[in-house]
Structures are given as C-alpha cells and as structure tokens.
Design a protein around this ligand. Sequence first.
Ligand code: ZN
Length: 125
Amino acid sequence: MKTNSTDSKCKICKSDINEDYYREQLCFRCYHWINTIFAEIDNNTRHRFIIDGNHYCEIKKFPIHLKYLLKFYGDNFTIRLLDNNAIILCNNLWSQGKIPEIIKEKFPKETANTAMFESIQVKKS
Ligand SMILES: [Zn+2]
C-alpha cells in the first residue's frame, strides 16, 4: 500500500512505518502487540497470561510425535491467576515477550499483570 507523509507514522508510537509492515497505520511492533493483547482465545490456546509485564500463552498439547515443539522444553509451570487465585498447571507455555512501555501506556487495563509464577519444574531429559 502506498502511503503519504502523514500516514507513514505509526498512530500509536509515531515511529516511521515500513511499507512492508503497514497495517492499519501501525508499525510492525505495534501491530504485533495490538494483535497479541486483544487476541481471542482460539481452539489452540487455553490461557493467556501477563506476568511481570511479559505476555504468555498456554497452547494445547501437541500430538505426541510433535512433543519436541513444546516451548521451554516442556518445563512444567505452576501459574496463579491474580483475580481468583486459581492455579493453572501447564507444560506448553509460549512467550511473546515483554510488552513495550508505549503499549502499556495506551492500554493499561489490557496490559496489567493477570498472573504470577508459583513454581517452575525443569523437565529432566
Ligand atoms: Zn508503532
């Protein structure tokens, strides 16, 4: 998509938009984070967490022949939800990384911490 000079700045962080990543007047980074923090829970995702400002998803188990794809090598995480103290046990936690400050400033409610790590059990090979 061709952009003019006023459209070529990201509407959230005001950085220059690389045309290759132009989506809804967002730079690639902001596009990634908007789609991450507002993502629906789909058939493959069981939970989404924000822990210490980092975004994580628990993805359903892979078929046994794809077990090597488990994130964090299949380490077992015990995660406590902050709103109701529920405990989630998961062995396929995917990290999307630390949420940038500019995204946290624009969407404080959606980027507030939702959970904490209770324990991490490293899987022995
Ligand atoms: Zn941006």
